[in-house]
Write a protein that binds this ligand. Sequence first.
Ligand SMILES: Cc1ncc(COP(=O)(O)O)c(C=O)c1O
Length: 410
Amino acid sequence: MIHARMLYTAAMIQSAQRIKNYHYAIRHVARAAEELARTGRQITYLNIGDPQVYGFRPPEHLVEAVARAAKDGFTGYSQSAGLVEAREAIAKYATDRGAPTNSDEVIVTSGASEAADILLTALLDRADEVLVPGPGYPIYPAILSKIGSAARYYPLDVENDWQLSVDLIASMITSRTRAIVLINPNNPTGSIVPDETVRHLLELARQHNILVISDEVYRELCFTDSPTPASAIAEEMGVPLITLESLSKTHLVPGWRVGWMRFTHAEQMRDLIPAIHQLAGGRLCSPTPTQYAVRPALEGDRVFQKEFVKELKLRRDVAVKHVSNTPGLSCSVPRAAFYLMIKSDTLVGHSDEKFVLDLLHETGILVVHGSGFGVDAQAGCFRMVYLAGQAMLDDVFDRLGRFLQTHRDQ
Ligand SMILES: Cc1ncc(COP(=O)(O)O)c(C=O)c1O
């Protein structure tokens, strides 16, 4: 029998050109690991910031709220901007922290990721530029490449605890610059930008009429004092700002996809905000049942969070100690979150992605290359998630140390 496929020369269905540059390193290297896992290899996943993978569980009062909502039939669409009760809780949360906000100045989204996507799409035209931290969370450049705008990395200073320089950012502003992304605390470095620096950054943004987008998804997971919400500083200074937050990390529910954006000095964004609402309407709403977690999350008990942070700090200390005991490795001490940006002397001058894939194939350990976060591919950096317990971290650094030793001796 002749199959229809044999009669035609197969024409390839092409993807869009703009997607060719869409890279999201964290999931990208995971695909290589999945292939290896299919061959029966044991993989140690230290690539993705999901606390559940390492046994952390959300607090019962959130699980109950969502289970109740699902059971009681709250599974229809919500308003595109989100459930009123969720938005009111977010507005109160912001107001209590120094950024007076109304519930109609909040949009609930499927995680902070969707908030970033909607916001950047509403803000930017092709070839517009956004300044993003390097290293920084890669969803921003990925979204920008998808919509045809450009990410320009403002380098953080590795010698100075990965701090940003407002002067350097100022020197990068062009007539096409529309926004500056601040990630505070930062992923992958765990560094915290001091309030004074945020103030200078907002002053710069005001001078150039540029929007500041403040990603604060780790603000409640600090080992020292949390930074002041940038919205509280912006409120006081009279500068427009959009904050992105979510329950993913702070409440241990990354798969529930609950996040939001909130506006400070909305009166200065009268053109932008309706555009954001227009796009939010186009995707109907974010999942309804999990939005019922927002109020209990923001107003309920936080003991679980204190314990989580305490546990993270112990794990951070274990990981940092291992780094300083491993010849050729160095890092700054993270002050928040659960990521460690490690520099390897052996790796400097070589492709960091090749290093990550070699490490994966030889040891089964999966980390993410530094260039996936916007640092130079030959700078010798990679990111490790330190959510694993002490025994696993001991074992990982033992294997990593031997891998580096072998490669140094070659
Ligand atoms: C800095 C930062 N922002 C935003 C996100 C997205 O989080 P979500 O979409 O789960 O809220 C992440 C996730 O790792 C992150 O690290």
